[in-house]
Design a protein around this ligand. Sequence first.
Ligand code: CMC
Length: 387
Amino acid sequence: NGVFTYDPGFMSTASTESAITYIDGDAGVLLHRGYPIDQLAEHSDYLETCYLLLNGELPDAESKQQFIAEITQHTMVDAQIAKILDGFQRDAHPMAVMVSLAGALAALYHEGLDIDDAAQRKLAAIRLIAKMPTLAAMTYKHSIGQPYMSPLNSLNYAENFLHMMFGVPADKPNVSPVLAKAMDVIFLLHADHEQNASTSTVRLAGSTGANPYACIASGISALWGPAHGGANEAVLTMLNEIGDESRIEEFIARAKDKDDPFRLMGFGHRVYKNFDPRSRVMRKICDEVLADLGVENDPLFKIARRLEKIALEDEYFIERKLYPNVDFYSGIILKAIGIPTSMFTVIFALGRTPGWISHWNEMLSNPYKIGRPRQLYTGPVQRDYPA
Ligand code: CMC
Protein backbone atom coordinates (compact mmCIF):
# COMPACT_ATOMS: atom_id res chain seq x y z
CA ASN A 1 0.00 0.00 0.00
CA GLY A 2 3.06 2.23 -0.27
CA VAL A 3 3.26 2.76 3.53
CA PHE A 4 6.41 1.56 5.21
CA THR A 5 8.20 2.16 8.49
CA TYR A 6 11.50 3.96 8.99
CA ASP A 7 13.82 1.90 11.18
CA PRO A 8 17.47 2.96 10.93
CA GLY A 9 19.84 0.24 12.11
CA PHE A 10 16.92 -2.25 12.07
CA MET A 11 16.36 -1.66 15.77
CA SER A 12 12.82 -3.04 15.66
CA THR A 13 12.43 -4.85 12.35
CA ALA A 14 12.39 -8.64 12.16
CA SER A 15 13.65 -9.46 8.67
CA THR A 16 12.82 -13.14 8.82
CA GLU A 17 11.44 -16.06 10.80
CA SER A 18 14.15 -18.42 11.98
CA ALA A 19 14.24 -21.62 14.05
CA ILE A 20 18.00 -21.64 14.59
CA THR A 21 18.96 -19.31 17.44
CA TYR A 22 17.06 -17.55 20.19
CA ILE A 23 18.43 -14.57 22.10
CA ASP A 24 16.87 -12.78 25.06
CA GLY A 25 19.25 -9.86 25.45
CA ASP A 26 17.66 -8.56 28.65
CA ALA A 27 17.87 -11.93 30.39
CA GLY A 28 21.31 -12.79 28.93
CA VAL A 29 20.00 -15.94 27.23
CA LEU A 30 21.37 -17.53 24.04
CA LEU A 31 19.94 -20.83 22.77
CA HIS A 32 20.90 -22.79 19.66
CA ARG A 33 17.96 -24.94 18.54
CA GLY A 34 16.77 -24.63 22.15
CA TYR A 35 20.04 -25.64 23.85
CA PRO A 36 21.67 -23.01 26.14
CA ILE A 37 25.09 -21.88 24.94
CA ASP A 38 26.77 -22.63 28.28
CA GLN A 39 25.56 -26.25 28.16
CA LEU A 40 26.82 -26.63 24.60
CA ALA A 41 30.18 -25.11 25.59
CA GLU A 42 30.46 -27.55 28.49
CA HIS A 43 29.12 -30.78 27.00
CA SER A 44 29.26 -30.45 23.24
CA ASP A 45 32.01 -29.48 20.82
CA TYR A 46 32.26 -27.24 17.79
CA LEU A 47 31.54 -29.80 15.06
CA GLU A 48 28.59 -31.25 16.94
CA THR A 49 27.24 -27.71 17.35
CA CYS A 50 27.73 -27.14 13.60
CA TYR A 51 25.64 -30.26 12.98
CA LEU A 52 22.98 -29.00 15.40
CA LEU A 53 22.78 -25.58 13.73
CA LEU A 54 22.55 -27.09 10.26
CA ASN A 55 20.21 -29.98 10.96
CA GLY A 56 18.13 -28.80 13.90
CA GLU A 57 18.90 -31.74 16.21
CA LEU A 58 21.97 -33.07 18.00
CA PRO A 59 23.45 -36.05 16.13
CA ASP A 60 23.42 -39.58 17.53
CA ALA A 61 26.87 -41.19 17.86
CA GLU A 62 26.81 -42.63 14.33
CA SER A 63 25.62 -39.42 12.65
CA LYS A 64 28.27 -37.48 14.54
CA GLN A 65 31.04 -39.77 13.33
CA GLN A 66 29.71 -39.55 9.79
CA PHE A 67 29.57 -35.75 9.95
CA ILE A 68 33.14 -35.57 11.28
CA ALA A 69 34.24 -37.94 8.48
CA GLU A 70 32.54 -35.73 5.86
CA ILE A 71 34.21 -32.60 7.23
CA THR A 72 37.57 -34.36 7.39
CA GLN A 73 37.23 -35.48 3.79
CA HIS A 74 36.90 -31.86 2.63
CA THR A 75 39.68 -30.11 4.57
CA MET A 76 42.06 -29.76 1.60
CA VAL A 77 41.74 -26.85 -0.83
CA ASP A 78 42.34 -26.70 -4.56
CA ALA A 79 45.99 -26.03 -5.44
CA GLN A 80 44.92 -22.85 -7.29
CA ILE A 81 44.23 -21.25 -3.90
CA ALA A 82 47.95 -21.13 -3.12
CA LYS A 83 48.56 -19.30 -6.39
CA ILE A 84 45.90 -16.73 -5.57
CA LEU A 85 47.46 -16.19 -2.15
CA ASP A 86 50.89 -15.74 -3.66
CA GLY A 87 49.58 -12.66 -5.47
CA PHE A 88 48.91 -10.86 -2.19
CA GLN A 89 51.43 -8.68 -0.40
CA ARG A 90 52.67 -10.31 2.80
CA ASP A 91 51.21 -7.50 4.91
CA ALA A 92 47.75 -7.59 3.28
CA HIS A 93 45.08 -7.62 6.00
CA PRO A 94 44.02 -11.27 6.53
CA MET A 95 40.34 -10.33 6.37
CA ALA A 96 40.85 -8.83 2.92
CA VAL A 97 42.58 -12.04 1.89
CA MET A 98 39.80 -14.19 3.37
CA VAL A 99 37.13 -12.27 1.44
CA SER A 100 39.07 -13.08 -1.73
CA LEU A 101 39.64 -16.74 -0.88
CA ALA A 102 35.96 -17.31 -0.07
CA GLY A 103 35.21 -15.62 -3.40
CA ALA A 104 37.69 -17.97 -5.04
CA LEU A 105 35.73 -20.95 -3.68
CA ALA A 106 32.71 -19.50 -5.51
CA ALA A 107 34.75 -19.60 -8.71
CA LEU A 108 35.78 -23.21 -8.03
CA TYR A 109 32.30 -24.41 -7.09
CA HIS A 110 29.87 -22.70 -9.41
CA GLU A 111 29.39 -24.70 -12.61
CA GLY A 112 26.51 -27.13 -12.18
CA LEU A 113 25.65 -25.84 -8.71
CA ASP A 114 21.93 -26.18 -7.98
CA ILE A 115 21.04 -24.28 -4.81
CA ASP A 116 17.50 -25.68 -4.92
CA ASP A 117 18.93 -29.14 -4.27
CA ALA A 118 19.13 -29.83 -0.51
CA ALA A 119 22.03 -32.29 -0.92
CA GLN A 120 24.07 -29.70 -2.82
CA ARG A 121 23.34 -27.08 -0.18
CA LYS A 122 24.54 -29.49 2.49
CA LEU A 123 27.72 -30.18 0.51
CA ALA A 124 28.40 -26.43 0.30
CA ALA A 125 28.00 -26.19 4.09
CA ILE A 126 30.37 -29.13 4.68
CA ARG A 127 32.95 -27.73 2.30
CA LEU A 128 32.88 -24.31 3.92
CA ILE A 129 33.15 -25.57 7.50
CA ALA A 130 35.95 -27.96 6.44
CA LYS A 131 37.97 -25.51 4.36
CA MET A 132 37.80 -22.32 6.42
CA PRO A 133 40.55 -23.41 8.88
CA THR A 134 42.79 -24.38 5.96
CA LEU A 135 42.21 -21.03 4.23
CA ALA A 136 42.74 -19.11 7.48
CA ALA A 137 45.99 -20.92 8.30
CA MET A 138 47.26 -20.50 4.72
CA THR A 139 46.52 -16.78 4.96
CA TYR A 140 48.65 -16.59 8.11
CA LYS A 141 51.49 -18.70 6.70
CA HIS A 142 51.60 -16.46 3.64
CA SER A 143 51.88 -13.39 5.86
CA ILE A 144 54.97 -14.77 7.63
CA GLY A 145 56.53 -16.39 4.58
CA GLN A 146 56.34 -19.99 5.84
CA PRO A 147 55.28 -23.00 3.74
CA TYR A 148 51.57 -23.82 3.75
CA MET A 149 50.73 -26.77 5.99
CA SER A 150 48.46 -29.48 4.65
CA PRO A 151 45.61 -30.48 6.94
CA LEU A 152 46.37 -33.53 9.03
CA ASN A 153 43.21 -35.55 9.28
CA SER A 154 44.32 -37.62 12.26
CA LEU A 155 43.91 -34.45 14.34
CA ASN A 156 40.57 -33.09 15.46
CA TYR A 157 39.17 -29.85 14.01
CA ALA A 158 40.75 -27.38 16.47
CA GLU A 159 44.03 -29.31 16.74
CA ASN A 160 44.26 -29.37 12.98
CA PHE A 161 43.77 -25.61 12.80
CA LEU A 162 46.51 -24.94 15.37
CA HIS A 163 48.77 -27.44 13.60
CA MET A 164 48.28 -25.67 10.25
CA MET A 165 48.84 -22.29 11.93
CA PHE A 166 51.90 -23.03 14.02
CA GLY A 167 53.37 -26.30 12.72
CA VAL A 168 56.15 -26.48 10.14
CA PRO A 169 56.74 -29.37 7.74
CA ALA A 170 60.08 -30.18 9.38
CA ASP A 171 58.50 -30.92 12.77
CA LYS A 172 56.09 -33.53 14.07
CA PRO A 173 52.64 -32.17 15.00
CA ASN A 174 52.74 -30.81 18.53
CA VAL A 175 49.50 -29.20 19.67
CA SER A 176 48.66 -28.49 23.31
CA PRO A 177 45.35 -30.18 24.24
CA VAL A 178 44.45 -27.25 26.55
CA LEU A 179 44.91 -24.71 23.77
CA ALA A 180 43.08 -26.92 21.25
CA LYS A 181 40.14 -27.26 23.65
CA ALA A 182 40.13 -23.46 24.19
CA MET A 183 40.20 -22.93 20.43
CA ASP A 184 37.30 -25.36 19.97
CA VAL A 185 35.21 -23.51 22.56
CA ILE A 186 36.06 -20.14 20.97
CA PHE A 187 34.78 -21.47 17.62
CA LEU A 188 31.68 -22.89 19.33
CA LEU A 189 30.87 -19.63 21.12
CA HIS A 190 31.02 -17.77 17.80
CA ALA A 191 29.05 -20.35 15.81
CA ASP A 192 25.82 -18.36 15.47
CA HIS A 193 24.14 -15.24 16.77
CA GLU A 194 20.89 -14.90 14.81
CA GLN A 195 20.42 -11.86 12.55
CA ASN A 196 23.63 -9.92 13.29
CA ALA A 197 25.08 -7.68 10.56
CA SER A 198 27.15 -10.37 8.83
CA THR A 199 24.43 -13.06 8.96
CA SER A 200 21.86 -10.59 7.66
CA THR A 201 24.32 -9.75 4.88
CA VAL A 202 24.68 -13.44 3.98
CA ARG A 203 20.89 -13.80 3.92
CA LEU A 204 20.46 -10.66 1.82
CA ALA A 205 23.07 -11.78 -0.69
CA GLY A 206 21.61 -15.30 -0.66
CA SER A 207 18.09 -13.95 -1.26
CA THR A 208 19.17 -13.05 -4.79
CA GLY A 209 20.04 -16.68 -5.53
CA ALA A 210 23.79 -15.90 -5.42
CA ASN A 211 26.47 -18.58 -5.10
CA PRO A 212 26.76 -19.63 -1.40
CA TYR A 213 30.55 -19.22 -1.26
CA ALA A 214 30.13 -15.66 -2.62
CA CYS A 215 27.46 -15.07 0.06
CA ILE A 216 29.98 -16.14 2.70
CA ALA A 217 32.52 -13.71 1.19
CA SER A 218 29.94 -10.94 1.74
CA GLY A 219 29.48 -12.11 5.34
CA ILE A 220 33.23 -11.97 5.93
CA SER A 221 33.23 -8.39 4.58
CA ALA A 222 30.44 -7.33 6.93
CA LEU A 223 32.16 -9.00 9.87
CA TRP A 224 35.41 -7.11 9.34
CA GLY A 225 34.24 -3.78 10.80
CA PRO A 226 35.23 -2.79 14.36
CA ALA A 227 31.60 -2.48 15.47
CA HIS A 228 31.13 -6.21 14.70
CA GLY A 229 33.83 -8.89 14.42
CA GLY A 230 36.70 -6.43 14.30
CA ALA A 231 36.14 -5.63 17.98
CA ASN A 232 38.42 -8.42 19.28
CA GLU A 233 41.28 -6.93 17.26
CA ALA A 234 40.32 -3.43 18.48
CA VAL A 235 40.45 -4.69 22.10
CA LEU A 236 44.10 -5.67 21.77
CA THR A 237 44.95 -2.46 19.94
CA MET A 238 43.32 -0.55 22.81
CA LEU A 239 45.12 -2.54 25.52
CA ASN A 240 48.43 -1.88 23.78
CA GLU A 241 47.58 1.79 23.49
CA ILE A 242 46.77 1.97 27.22
CA GLY A 243 50.16 0.37 27.74
CA ASP A 244 50.29 0.72 31.53
CA GLU A 245 47.85 0.19 34.40
CA SER A 246 48.41 3.80 35.48
CA ARG A 247 46.69 5.02 32.30
CA ILE A 248 43.47 2.99 32.63
CA GLU A 249 41.53 5.77 34.39
CA GLU A 250 42.45 8.17 31.60
CA PHE A 251 40.94 5.83 28.99
CA ILE A 252 37.84 5.21 31.10
CA ALA A 253 37.37 8.98 31.32
CA ARG A 254 37.75 9.27 27.55
CA ALA A 255 35.14 6.52 26.99
CA LYS A 256 32.67 8.50 29.14
CA ASP A 257 33.40 11.84 27.49
CA LYS A 258 30.67 12.54 24.92
CA ASP A 259 32.96 14.92 23.02
CA ASP A 260 35.48 12.13 22.53
CA PRO A 261 34.56 9.44 19.95
CA PHE A 262 36.64 6.85 21.84
CA ARG A 263 34.69 3.85 23.19
CA LEU A 264 35.96 1.05 25.37
CA MET A 265 36.44 -1.74 22.87
CA GLY A 266 34.95 -5.06 23.96
CA PHE A 267 32.23 -3.40 26.04
CA GLY A 268 28.55 -3.14 25.20
CA HIS A 269 26.31 -5.03 22.83
CA ARG A 270 23.36 -4.13 20.62
CA VAL A 271 21.26 -7.02 21.91
CA TYR A 272 22.66 -7.98 25.34
CA LYS A 273 21.78 -5.40 27.89
CA ASN A 274 22.87 -7.87 30.54
CA PHE A 275 26.01 -10.02 30.77
CA ASP A 276 26.52 -11.82 27.43
CA PRO A 277 26.24 -15.55 28.35
CA ARG A 278 29.14 -16.28 26.00
CA SER A 279 31.32 -13.85 27.94
CA ARG A 280 30.91 -15.87 31.13
CA VAL A 281 32.22 -19.02 29.41
CA MET A 282 34.93 -17.06 27.62
CA ARG A 283 36.06 -15.47 30.89
CA LYS A 284 36.50 -18.93 32.45
CA ILE A 285 38.54 -20.22 29.50
CA CYS A 286 40.58 -17.06 29.58
CA ASP A 287 41.60 -17.82 33.18
CA GLU A 288 42.43 -21.44 32.28
CA VAL A 289 44.51 -20.54 29.24
CA LEU A 290 46.47 -17.80 31.01
CA ALA A 291 47.15 -20.17 33.93
CA ASP A 292 48.12 -23.04 31.60
CA LEU A 293 50.58 -20.81 29.77
CA GLY A 294 51.78 -19.19 33.01
CA VAL A 295 51.23 -15.70 31.63
CA GLU A 296 48.72 -14.30 34.17
CA ASN A 297 51.23 -11.64 35.12
CA ASP A 298 51.90 -10.47 31.59
CA PRO A 299 51.42 -6.65 31.78
CA LEU A 300 48.88 -6.63 28.94
CA PHE A 301 46.67 -9.22 30.64
CA LYS A 302 46.94 -7.38 33.95
CA ILE A 303 45.73 -4.20 32.23
CA ALA A 304 42.77 -6.16 30.81
CA ARG A 305 41.77 -7.56 34.21
CA ARG A 306 42.06 -4.18 35.92
CA LEU A 307 40.13 -2.41 33.15
CA GLU A 308 37.36 -4.98 33.39
CA LYS A 309 37.11 -4.51 37.18
CA ILE A 310 37.06 -0.70 37.04
CA ALA A 311 34.49 -0.57 34.23
CA LEU A 312 32.19 -3.10 35.94
CA GLU A 313 32.12 -0.90 39.05
CA ASP A 314 31.70 2.43 37.22
CA GLU A 315 28.27 4.16 37.27
CA TYR A 316 28.51 5.15 33.59
CA PHE A 317 28.87 1.54 32.43
CA ILE A 318 26.40 0.16 34.99
CA GLU A 319 23.66 2.66 34.03
CA ARG A 320 24.04 1.90 30.32
CA LYS A 321 24.32 -1.85 30.90
CA LEU A 322 27.71 -2.01 29.21
CA TYR A 323 29.33 -5.32 30.10
CA PRO A 324 32.44 -6.94 28.65
CA ASN A 325 31.33 -8.72 25.48
CA VAL A 326 32.63 -11.94 23.96
CA ASP A 327 35.32 -10.08 22.03
CA PHE A 328 36.89 -8.66 25.15
CA TYR A 329 37.93 -12.09 26.43
CA SER A 330 38.41 -13.82 23.08
CA GLY A 331 40.97 -11.17 22.13
CA ILE A 332 42.95 -11.89 25.29
CA ILE A 333 42.80 -15.68 24.84
CA LEU A 334 43.83 -15.51 21.19
CA LYS A 335 46.72 -13.24 22.06
CA ALA A 336 47.84 -15.73 24.75
CA ILE A 337 47.61 -18.64 22.29
CA GLY A 338 49.95 -16.71 20.00
CA ILE A 339 47.48 -15.79 17.27
CA PRO A 340 48.50 -12.43 15.79
CA THR A 341 46.05 -9.60 16.35
CA SER A 342 45.35 -9.14 12.65
CA MET A 343 44.06 -12.76 12.53
CA PHE A 344 41.51 -12.34 15.34
CA THR A 345 38.59 -11.44 13.12
CA VAL A 346 39.50 -14.33 10.83
CA ILE A 347 39.01 -16.65 13.82
CA PHE A 348 35.58 -15.09 14.33
CA ALA A 349 34.78 -15.63 10.63
CA LEU A 350 35.86 -19.25 10.87
CA GLY A 351 33.71 -19.84 13.95
CA ARG A 352 30.69 -18.03 12.45
CA THR A 353 30.73 -19.96 9.17
CA PRO A 354 28.24 -22.66 10.32
CA GLY A 355 25.85 -19.92 11.46
CA TRP A 356 26.05 -18.07 8.15
CA ILE A 357 25.57 -21.17 6.05
CA SER A 358 22.80 -22.55 8.30
CA HIS A 359 20.85 -19.31 7.88
CA TRP A 360 21.44 -19.39 4.14
CA ASN A 361 20.27 -23.01 4.05
CA GLU A 362 17.24 -22.27 6.21
CA MET A 363 16.23 -19.41 3.91
CA LEU A 364 16.55 -21.51 0.77
CA SER A 365 14.69 -24.44 2.33
CA ASN A 366 11.57 -22.29 2.77
CA PRO A 367 9.66 -19.83 0.57
CA TYR A 368 11.61 -16.56 0.56
CA LYS A 369 11.66 -13.17 -1.14
CA ILE A 370 14.56 -11.14 -2.36
CA GLY A 371 15.64 -8.80 0.47
CA ARG A 372 14.95 -5.28 -0.72
CA PRO A 373 14.75 -2.57 1.98
CA ARG A 374 13.13 0.76 1.18
CA GLN A 375 14.43 4.24 2.07
CA LEU A 376 13.30 7.72 3.03
CA TYR A 377 14.47 9.93 0.18
CA THR A 378 16.06 13.18 1.43
CA GLY A 379 17.62 14.48 -1.82
CA PRO A 380 16.52 17.33 -4.10
CA VAL A 381 13.05 17.36 -5.63
CA GLN A 382 12.90 16.88 -9.39
CA ARG A 383 14.69 19.66 -11.29
CA ASP A 384 15.67 20.34 -14.88
CA TYR A 385 19.14 19.75 -16.24
CA PRO A 386 20.69 23.22 -16.94
CA ALA A 387 20.10 24.05 -20.60
N1 CMC B 1 32.25 2.61 25.59
C1 CMC B 1 31.69 3.74 26.06
N2 CMC B 1 30.39 4.07 25.90
C2 CMC B 1 29.63 3.20 25.22
C3 CMC B 1 30.15 2.00 24.70
C4 CMC B 1 31.51 1.71 24.91
N3 CMC B 1 32.04 0.59 24.45
N4 CMC B 1 29.16 1.32 24.08
C5 CMC B 1 28.05 2.07 24.19
N5 CMC B 1 28.33 3.20 24.88
C6 CMC B 1 27.38 4.25 25.30
C7 CMC B 1 26.98 5.13 24.13
O1 CMC B 1 27.84 6.25 24.03
C8 CMC B 1 25.58 5.51 24.53
O2 CMC B 1 25.67 6.47 25.55
P1 CMC B 1 24.55 7.65 25.66
O3 CMC B 1 23.26 6.95 25.93
O4 CMC B 1 25.02 8.48 26.81
O5 CMC B 1 24.59 8.38 24.35
C9 CMC B 1 25.03 4.23 25.18
O6 CMC B 1 26.20 3.56 25.70
C10 CMC B 1 24.29 3.31 24.24
O7 CMC B 1 25.15 3.03 23.12
P2 CMC B 1 24.66 2.76 21.64
O8 CMC B 1 25.73 3.16 20.68
O9 CMC B 1 23.29 3.35 21.45
O10 CMC B 1 24.49 1.19 21.67
P3 CMC B 1 24.39 0.26 20.40
O11 CMC B 1 23.52 -0.87 20.80
O12 CMC B 1 24.01 1.02 19.19
O13 CMC B 1 25.91 -0.21 20.20
C11 CMC B 1 27.90 -1.45 20.22
C12 CMC B 1 26.39 -1.43 20.54
C13 CMC B 1 28.42 -2.88 20.44
C14 CMC B 1 28.15 -1.06 18.75
C15 CMC B 1 28.62 -0.47 21.18
O14 CMC B 1 28.40 -0.84 22.52
C16 CMC B 1 30.12 -0.36 20.90
O15 CMC B 1 30.53 0.44 20.04
N6 CMC B 1 30.97 -1.15 21.63
C17 CMC B 1 32.39 -1.16 21.38
C18 CMC B 1 32.71 -2.04 20.19
C19 CMC B 1 32.52 -3.51 20.49
O16 CMC B 1 33.00 -4.03 21.49
N7 CMC B 1 31.83 -4.20 19.57
C20 CMC B 1 31.60 -5.64 19.66
C21 CMC B 1 30.17 -5.96 19.68
S1 CMC B 1 29.87 -7.63 20.17
C22 CMC B 1 30.45 -8.62 18.93
C23 CMC B 1 29.58 -8.75 17.72
O17 CMC B 1 28.37 -8.96 17.85
O18 CMC B 1 30.13 -8.67 16.63
